[in-house]
Design a protein around this ligand. Sequence first.
Ligand code: GMT
Length: 379
Amino acid sequence: MKIGMVCYPTYGGSGVVAAELGYILGERGHQVHFISSARPFRLQKFHRNLFFHEVEDVSYPLFKYPPYTLLLANKIVEVTRQVGLDLIHVHYAIPHTISAYLAKHMLDEQIPLVTTLHGTDITLVGAYEEFYRLTRLALNVSDCLTSVSRSLASDTEQLFGPLSRNITVVPNFVDPEVYFPHKKADAERECFAPAGEKILAHISNFREVKHVPDVVRIFDQVQRKIPSRLLLVGDGPEMSKVEREVESRGLKTLVSFLGKQENVQEILQMTDVFLLPSAQESFGLAALEAMACGVPVVASKVGGLPEVVKEGKTGFLLPQGDVKGMSAAVLRLLMDTKLYERMSFAASDLAYSEFPPERAAREYEEVYKKARALVKGKM
Ligand code: GMT
């Protein structure tokens, strides 16, 4: 098939999932045409079946902001005409589904539209008064809807139901050839933990929903009992708040800010415990990547996280905001070598057995088939 894949190019789970899905579909013989404002950051390797089409800005004196939604719609039409797309698969409802819907109206022939919901498009953006009706429209005009967890499917139905389509759950996945346990030799850990300290890590886009200051608070409790270091990976609007939290606690020398990183597996492979104290998380892809690297996760028991992190088996889930409980969970892990090894092994084992990329690709292919049949039926 020739698939038009629309996604955000920036650091964030939905763009990662779209890019990695593209590589697997490309391997399975599909042609995947990415359409976005910039090359998705995980779409760096060349593949004979993957293509990138950039939505370019136009500047016109009357536009305060270039109308991205319209430019994207136009690009989808252009690519469809140029290469003969069989289907459009958009990641993140707003504004991508709306642009694709417009594109469908500008095309002479019917083209199936699949929308994958990733979480914040429903729970945050979709909940804004200004976007609620548009999100509802996006849900109802997609030929097929998928969500990355059961929790997100049920949140969507609760917030926007009744919908004209069922939501198919296709969980995110992890590539075992990239994410695997590889405890770095002391020499490699040394630059972050020179005295053999334990390493805690957090990766996100530093938005409010991630509660990164809680990561610092948890780390503070832990380092009082066990010599440890904290690696903070990513950047975003909450960064200054996080820096203040680090400074006010006198932790500057123990915390490393690594900024945006592409090969996060290298960092995860030297991490002992991964922290994700988010207020909401439809899936928690970073937690899955950590688990695949054999890193137990301590996280909030919210959204889809219980579908990824198995409580007491691959990590610990605590109520959101329970800094004391999360610190105690990290200490428990770091103080009990047997428990740690058992959880570390179970984490990668479960990541591979329950979230294999091939299965996700097959499930998306099924959804594509269904969307095409639905559209054919309408003609
Ligand atoms: O977490 C973010 O703010 C980014 C967002 C995205 O779309 O890039 O992440 C969402 O999609 C990811 C991939 O499906 C999920 O793993 C994240 O849990 C989800 N984030 C939230 O629900 C907060």
